[in-house]
Design a protein around this ligand. Structure first.
Ligand code: CA
Ligand code: CA
Length: 279
């Protein structure tokens, strides 16, 4: 991302900042004023077993499992998909046709003393868009920070609606796991439409990982830095950037998309910081 940003220069960074300021204004001044029923995804959710029948696919969702168990014993057992590791999905439900997705972003908070994120697959719902051309601005892997941000855009910008998995993640046990049930928490989640609109889902649905004990065997430990709350109020109207005029376009330029995406990333990052400061 830094490499791409350096190409687009100060103009784009200015546009991104304008986007943040515009978004912040509407979020503060117009909470819940505008009907958004047909603009937001129904949910972004964590599903701890993507393969349980019916399985999740890029364009459909099966059952949702809220917990998976790892037994850290160097054997393939419990709910593991690899030795002492599990695969889980971040899914999107009902992205509306009126705000077809050209990019998405979210942050996953997880217990760093227990898990390390080693792999991800972002060829989910966004990958079903016509002429999909992936631009992946996610943090690098492996990640052991306890907070991992995924951000992916489709440079073809034709958009996609519906339901499916957004990202499939492989997480493995660390060498120093602590027994217990631990929360996995989504924040800073949104999809971005072809008109530059940034739309948080109506609901965020979290999950848990059980380490060396059964799911539900003890109360869930939540990371102290994370405050669980309802999603942020969406922007009142599409963000407007000088490079695109804020109007729907059949072929948004690469430069324009990068400006949109940069602005959106800063927005969701800023909202996350605001939430953490409140807690
Ligand atoms: Ca499932
Ligand atoms: Ca094991």
């Amino acid at each position: 991302m830094q490499k791409e940003s350096s190409k687009v220069g100060p103009f784009i960074r200015t546009a991104a900042v304008l986007g943040v300021l515009t978004s912040g204004f509407f979020i503060r001044e117009n909470p819940n004023t505008f009907a958004q029923e047909d603009k937001q995804a129904q949910s972004f959710a964590l599903d701890m077993d993507p393969d349980a029948s019916p399985a999740n696919t890029p364009a459909s969702l099966g059952s949702r499992e809220i917990c998976a168990q790892i037994i850290n014993n160097n054997l393939l057992d419990a709910d593991e998909d690899g030795i002492d590791g599990v695969d889980f999905d971040i899914t999107a439900q009902n992205i509306p046709e009126s705000t077809k997705m050209i990019a998405f972003s979210f942050t996953l908070d997880y217990p760093p003393q227990n898990l390390i994120i080693t792999e991800k697959n972002t060829n989910g719902l966004l990958g079903t868009a016509p002429d999909y051309s992936k631009f992946d601005a996610s943090l690098s892997l492996p990640d052991s920070s306890g907070s991992y941000t995924v951000s992916v855009a489709d440079l073809s910008t034709q958009g996609v609606s519906g339901s499916g998995f957004l990202t499939r993640i492989r997480a493995k046990a660390t060498d120093n796991t602590i027994k217990g049930n631990f929360a996995l928490i989504l924040s800073g989640a949104a999809h971005i439409d072809r008109n530059n609109g940034v739309w948080p889902p109506k609901n965020l649905e979290n999950s848990q990982i059980a380490i060396n004990e059964e799911c539900g065997a003890s109360p869930v430990t939540t990371p102290p830095s994370v405050e669980i709350q309802t999603p942020d109020v969406p922007t009142e109207k599409p963000l407007e950037f000088p490079s695109t005029g804020g109007q729907p376009q059949k072929n948004v330029s690469r430069l324009g998309l990068l400006s949109i995406f940069s602005g959106a990333l800063i927005i969701v990052s800023g909202l996350k910081i605001i939430r953490k400061n409140r807690s």
